[in-house]
Design a protein around this ligand. Structure first.
Ligand SMILES: NC(=O)c1ccc[n+]([C@@H]2O[C@H](COP(=O)([O-])OP(=O)(O)OC[C@H]3O[C@@H](n4cnc5c(N)ncnc54)[C@H](O)[C@@H]3O)[C@@H](O)[C@H]2O)c1
Ligand SMILES: O=C(O)C[C@H](O)C(=O)O
Length: 308
């Protein structure tokens, strides 16, 4: 069973749909909004029936309905509006994370927890600290959004399928994210060798500002792409795929960094994060990555003390 807390929201409900479409597991949508999670679940139940799925889906306003979940996905909280940064949501969403973490501790303490809510690296840290769980159990989302965005923009320039690109994006989910074109491969050839410097600069810029661009165009933030990424992460854990995925984890010595959350490639399986991979950065890339790490560290330092 997979619970989505924030399940009546845009990313939450979309994730519920994708989990059912890909037959990953039964789904529970929990939200504080009256009737909305139940309404979303009813529509999704009809959808499951339409596709011939016997998966169950329920909506609830009661955290105790997450009991028995193997995975809890947190999409609860406030999204940013046009002109806002993700970091501006720090205090308001940290409060939501604390409440949801306390519920997880009570009702699903062994669940693997995927944290989407922004600013997602800091929110992952808050949940990790609050749950006092091993870092393998608390996994931040965004790598499976930022990396496919890099592939998307590169594929458009190169006229090839995004599926043939293995993208690497590290660090923070935000303005300080660190795409690494030299380690992003097309058939073993780095993007940096297939494109001019100007083209690389352009796709990096577009990747970093993609979330803001979606908001600017349609008035609210992304849901389809993050829901797809969350579904693939849940699938990797549920089906013990031991798949390399970029996710946000609490670094414990890797890259010479301690107690900071950052996007890095990890192996995801039934135990959550089963391995953290250290990509071979050159000196210049290492500097860029550390700048991104410093930005996350500064954000974590600015958390109110009760969340650290
Ligand atoms: N990390 C990423 O890559 C990424 C991608 C997209 C969105 N986000 C973030 O995810 C969050 C959700 O985005 P959205 O577009 O789905 O927003 P939304 O407003 O559509 O949904 C959020 C839902 O959370 C619910 N909620 C609030 N507090 C709650 C609580 N204590 N318990 C249960 N439910 C609660 C709300 O009622 C709402 O239904 C935002 O912070 C957004 O910025 C992150
Ligand atoms: O941009 C946002 O606020 C949502 C998300 O972080 C994204 O990158 O799409």
């Amino acid at each position: 069973m997979i619970t989505v807390v924030g399940g009546a929201g845009k990313v939450g409900a979309t994730t519920g749909a994708f989990l059912l479409m890909r037959d990953v597991d039964d789904v529970v949508l929990i939200d504080i909004l009256k009737d909305k999670p139940q309404g979303e679940a009813l529509d999704l139940g009809h959808m499951a029936s339409a596709i011939g799925s016997s998966r169950k889906v329920i909506g609830s306003n009661d955290y105790k309905d997450m009991a028995g979940s193997d995975i809890v996905i947190i999409t609860a909280g406030f999204p940013r509006k046009a002109g806002q940064t993700r970091e501006e949501l720090l205090a308001i969403n940290a409060k939501v994370m604390a409440e949801v973490s306390d519920a997880i501790k009570e009702y699903a303490p062994k669940a693997k927890v995927l944290v989407l809510t922004n600013p997602s690296d800091a929110m992952t840290y808050v949940v990790y600290k609050r749950l006092k769980a091993p870092r393998s159990q608390v996994i931040g989302f965004s790598g499976l959004l930022d990396a496919p965005r890099l592939s998307y923009y590169a594929s458009q320039k190169l006229g090839i399928s995004p599926a043939s690109i293995l993208p690497i994006v590290l660090g923070m989910h935000g303005e300080n994210m660190f795409p690494v074109p030299r380690l992003s491969m097309v058939g073993g050839v780095p993007l940096s060798e297939l494109m001019t410097k100007d083209q690389i600069d352009d796709i990096v810029k577009k990747t970093v500002s993609a979330g803001a661009e979606v908001i600017k165009l349609r008035g609210y933030s992304s849901n389809w792409a993050p829901a797809a990424g969350l579904t693939l992460m849940a699938e990797a854990i549920k089906n013990d795929q031991k798949r390399a995925i970029i996710a946000s984890v609490i670094l414990q010595g890797e890259y010479g960094v301690n107690d900071v959350v950052a996007e890095v490639p990890v192996i995801l399986g039934k135990n959550g994060v089963e391995k953290v991979l250290e990509v071979p950065l050159n000196d210049e890339e290492r500097q860029g990555f550390m700048k991104s790490i410093d930005a996350v560290r500064a954000l974590l330092n600015s958390l109110p003390p009760e969340y650290k």
